[in-house]
Design a protein. Structure first.
Length: 80
């Protein structure tokens, strides 16, 4: 049962949709303003790693810009 997070492009409200199955039909409108224009956002995660073989225990991010916008790459330490 995945939960997807979205941000309304009109009012910038963040909200979630829970999908119980692939065939489920849900009303996809912003619960705050009723707009139908929104984008899916990356969910926030929490982790606790007591240590790693590389000694790296902090997450890091790198943001890249291009003509069409920007994107961020996250490096989360862990095995492998």
């Amino acid at each position: 049962m995945p939960i997807y997070e979205f941000k309304c492009l009109k009012c910038k409200n963040c909200f979630e949709f829970l999908f119980m199955n692939n065939d489920e039909k849900i009303q996809t409108k912003c619960p705050k303003c009723g707009a139908e224009d929104f984008e899916r956002v990356l969910s926030t995660t929490n982790y606790n790693i007591p240590g790693s073989s590389t000694g790296k225990t902090q997450a890091s991010s790198t943001t890249h810009s291009c003509e069409t916008g920007s994107c961020t790459t996250y490096d989360i330490p862990g095995p492998g």
